[in-house]
Design a protein around this ligand. Sequence first.
Ligand code: FE2
Length: 230
Amino acid sequence: MLPDVVPPFVWHTFDVRDRLPSNWESQIRATTDAHAEQHDLVPMSVTSREDVAIASVAVLTVDGTAAATALPWLNELYAGAFRELAEHVFGEPVAVAANPVYGINLNVQRGAEMRYECHIDSNPIGGLLYATTHAPGSGGELVVANRGDVRGVEEIELDATRIHPVAGHLVFFDARRHSHYVAPLADPSGQRIVAAMNFYTAGCPETARPADLSSHLFSNPSDVKETQNA
Ligand SMILES: [Fe+2]
């Protein structure tokens, strides 16, 4: 059970560049160029925290099956060194997703119009490997509500923690009780890429993942459904 009082939002950052292949950024960029699919998120999932006035949020995503196939070294790190770092941070055994569709997702923002949906996480540990750098003032930061589970960009922004992406940095957090979204980029020709990884614990296992979440997040729900049932 989660405590009633919302704890402060805490995150941990590791510089993992020495663990990555020399051309890792170009490999990730090539993967998103080849496989990213645009999808209009309709914020009806149990984890959505958009304002009621928002009908949809356009996102670009590479699902975990495509990401793991194109980037086997990333899949190895996810199951190995990154998972072990998460165990060190959270002090308990940590598992990766058995279903590859949502194990590792590559999330892409292009231009100054896109942002990521306001939501809470269903998994107890999120890991983000940033593939692009966005300095303060240039947009693209993860914005997390310090007030906890609130709804919409305005409420999140009232009191927020901002995590500015640095390429090659791996961030861990538990955002089940803190609404968050990704701010738009300031540069209309800019691109933001992050590998988002789902980890699980005994107290919050993969089997507790909301049934509607994969069809909400990905552009091809029929494929997801087949994979989930496999
Ligand atoms: Fe999230």
